[in-house]
Design a protein around this ligand. Structure first.
Ligand code: NAP
Length: 204
């Protein structure tokens, strides 16, 4: 049977080593053939919040993943007009990879909100979730989500603790704005891109 594929969903504003280590750990833990990074297009839950231009987030994701043969980047949410709903993304990818199991990898805090996503039961039929957590995260909140989902669907939510997720995009943005170092938190190519394009200097 063909190996499952991973779909790494996130805003990636910017992508950092925590995301990359998470994808690599998921690959190993679930024997994934590849991980497709999907930068969020227009996240519905962030409509009122400033996020960087999608082209910048896409380019940074490509730069960060280019040297890993198992990582690819998809423009599926960037090229689709309107808000980006995960259910639409999963349907598109499912059509591209028929018969494959899909593991959708994202932050545990995002997974906790899936009941508020568009068509959550279809989402749970289409994929398994790998809920990546920072060290010290209270796993009880994921247990509560599982209880809400019921027995069958709760088996589709898999926690994964990733020490490198102590790094966060918001901390990197704040550091750039304050003129502090972001070295060793993300690939040098992404760091150079941020400085070259003047991203995050003025907050958002
Ligand atoms: P978020 O709310 O910005 O992030 C929540 C937490 O998860 C943050 O701590 C974040 O850290 C972390 N995180 C995000 N993506 C991660 C990843 N791939 N691996 C590890 N940690 C990650 O979440 P978001 O980025 O906006 O959304 C996550 C995914 O859920 C996206 O694919 C989005 O499209 C999807 N989503 C869909 C719907 C819907 O269909 N209605 C609604 C909400 C979200 P960093 O800030 O350091 O990344």
């Amino acid at each position: 049977m063909a190996k499952p594929i991973g779909v790494m969903g996130g805003t990636f504003d910017p992508i950092h080593f925590g995301h990359l280590v998470t994808a690599e750990a998921a690959c190993e833990a679930y024997d994934l053939e590849e991980v497709i990074f999907v930068p969020a297009g227009r996240p519905p839950h962030k409509a009122a919040k400033y996020i960087s231009d999608s082209q910048h987030r896409y380019f940074m994701t490509v730069l960060a993943t280019i040297d890993n043969p198992r990582f690819t980047v998809s423009r599926v949410e960037l090229d689709r007009p309107g808000y980006s709903y995960t259910v639409d993304t999963l349907r598109t990818l499912y059509a591209e990879y028929p018969e494959r199991e899909i593991f959708f990898i994202t932050g545990a805090d995002a997974v906790l909100e899936i009941c508020s996503w568009r068509d959550p039961w279809s989402v749970l039929e289409l994929c398994h979730f790998i809920a990546a957590t920072r060290p010290g995260y209270h796993l009880q909140s994921l247990d509560r989500l599982r209880a809400t989902l019921g027995e069958e669907h709760s088996q589709r939510v898999h926690p994964l603790t990733v020490p490198a997720l102590a790094i966060s995009s918001s901390d990197i943005r704040e550091r750039v704005q304050a003129g502090r170092s972001i070295r060793y938190l993300l690939p040098t190519s992404v760091e150079n891109y941020i400085h070259k394009k003047g991203l995050y200097r003025h907050g958002g």
